[in-house]
Design a protein around this ligand. Structure first.
Ligand code: CO
Length: 463
């Protein structure tokens, strides 16, 4: 009996985000959408925070229009987006009215599957998005932010998956943003979740540390229903493993991926020169293709390692690198083991840096860390000790309700603030998620004398 496993193609979102800072314009996508749609993929991931931001900030494109244009061509595969729970596409919590409206409009404009996650795995931050996605007729996939620590055991993740299922998730994803999920752990995790929860299970990882292909084979063996890959042109390094290679290996092992390999080859042939163009323009930094096994040793994402090193080098303190690196897990333990994903990776990194440079732990504390300890990001995976709490926020009380419960409806204010330029609710939502960039984008569109030019600086967006 052939076993079935399906493939989600990431080239339009995570693939290009991981390798070329999400700079692929819609015009590079449209000519190949029909082929992608006919290639037998389960879904095409094509929308998320960085794609949205990059559209209005660098490409002068309406991200909603991109969605509608792609939707028109896609008849077979599902269109998928990534949503940061109550933070939508950014890093701060929004009121429920904004979350509901954003989710509803995403589905209405063409999204089939919304993958929603919370950096802390606080399921309360997923609830509104789950309900809204289902009400709008979308498929809500909840993602477990995978990480390693003393509290992040297989039991912990299985409990989390059960909780997500009870909240109404239509499927579950194990989202390994740092590429640290090892093959055998992946096997156990998938087997245990499949036993506990009767929902489709998808696995998402990155090739960063060089183990992703091995992990995919093991999770397939354990019964994963879908895995995420990127067409070879935009695969490897900080992106996903290559679609063709993984699919061929799986087929040889007796899996049916449903892919039409001739069509998939056409997709690669189409994207190769596009990849080369980005390489020639310098937007594809060769470093992102490097294998970074240190990620597995330090359990610190590759991007965070290079960030810390460049911050230290700027201040002439590169000799402190090992000390800061040793401080990172200590800070993380103090803070209740938050997963090291954006924005927590930057926050923990900065705190570790300050602890080392100032010569005294928690002498200097960034505001974001204070807010985190105040409970404004959600519940930390493990409790924070009274001693650390006292050091960081003194006698202040900690918020224990869902953070968004403290936020009054915001949509009317956003509508009022952008009424000069917004023509639709989609425009208002664009403003809600990226206020300054959206104002400039809509301003340029609506007023020919609007004089803020398009940003062209080559900044790496890190989401
Ligand atoms: Co990813």
């Amino acid at each position: 009996m052939t076993k079935k496993i399906q493939i989600m193609e990431t080239v339009l979102r995570d693939g290009q985000q991981s390798l070329i800072a999400t700079r692929m314009p819609t015009s590079d996508m449209l000519p190949i959408i029909k082929t992608l749609d006919e290639a037998g993929y389960y879904a095409l991931e094509m929308w998320g925070g960085a794609t949205f931001d990059s559209c209005i900030r660098f490409l002068n494109e309406d991200p909603w229009e991109r969605l509608r244009l792609i939707r028109k061509e896609v008849k077979n595969a599902k269109l998928q987006m990534l949503l940061r729970g109550q933070n939508l596409l950014g890093y701060k919590n929004y009121a429920d009215d904004v979350v509901r409206e954003f989710v509803e409009k995403s589905v209405k404009n063409g999204i089939d599957v919304i993958r929603v996650f919370d950096a802390l795995n606080d399921t309360r931050n997923l609830q509104t998005a789950i309900t809204a996605a289902k009400e709008a007729g979308g498929h809500c996939q909840t993602a477990i932010s995978y990480t390693t620590s003393d509290v992040h055991t297989i039991d912990y993740f299985v409990t989390l998956a059960k909780e997500m299922a009870s909240f109404g998730a239509d499927s579950i994803c194990i989202k390994d943003m740092a590429g640290v999920l090892m093959p055998q752990t992946g096997f156990e995790l998938v087997s245990r979740i499949k036993d506990a929860v009767d929902l489709p299970l998808e696995v998402h990882t990155h090739a960063t540390s060089g183990i992703a292909e091995m992990t995919y084979l093991k999770v397939a063996e354990a019964g994963a229903d879908i895995i995420d890959t990127a067409i070879s042109s935009f695969a490897g390094g900080t992106s996903q493993p290559a679609t063709e290679s993984v699919a061929m290996a799986l087929e040889e092992l007796g899996f049916d991926t449903g892919l039409n390999m001739t069509k998939v080859a056409e997709v690669a042939e189409y994207f190769n020169p596009i990849r080369d163009r980005f390489r020639n323009e310098g937007l594809l930094n060769p470093k992102v293709k490097d294998v970074e096994p240190k990620t597995l040793i330090y359990q610190v994402p590759g991007g965070m390692l290079s960030n810390l090193l460049s911050q230290l080098t700027e201040q002439g303190l590169q000799d402190k690198y090992d000390e800061v690196l040793a401080e990172v897990p200590k800070v993380r333990a103090d803070l209740g083991y938050p997963p090291l994903v954006t924005p927590l990776s930057q926050m923990v990194g900065t705190q570790a840096l300050m602890n080392v440079i100032s010569g005294e732990r928690y002498k200097l504390i960034p505001n974001e860390i204070k807010d985190y300890v105040r409970g404004l990001y959600g519940r930390p995976p493990a409790p924070i000790s009274d001693e650390i709490k006292q050091k960081i926020i003194g006698d202040e009380t900690v918020v224990t309700v869902r953070p968004a419960d403290l936020i009054a409806p915001q949509l009317p204010n956003f509508e009022e603030e952008i009424k000069e330029y917004a023509k639709s609710m989609e425009d208002v939502l664009m403003y809600a998620v990226f206020p300054q960039q959206a104002k400039d984008f809509l301003g340029r569109r609506e007023d020919r004398f609007y004089d803020v030019p398009l940003q062209t600086v080559n900044v790496k967006i890190d989401y």
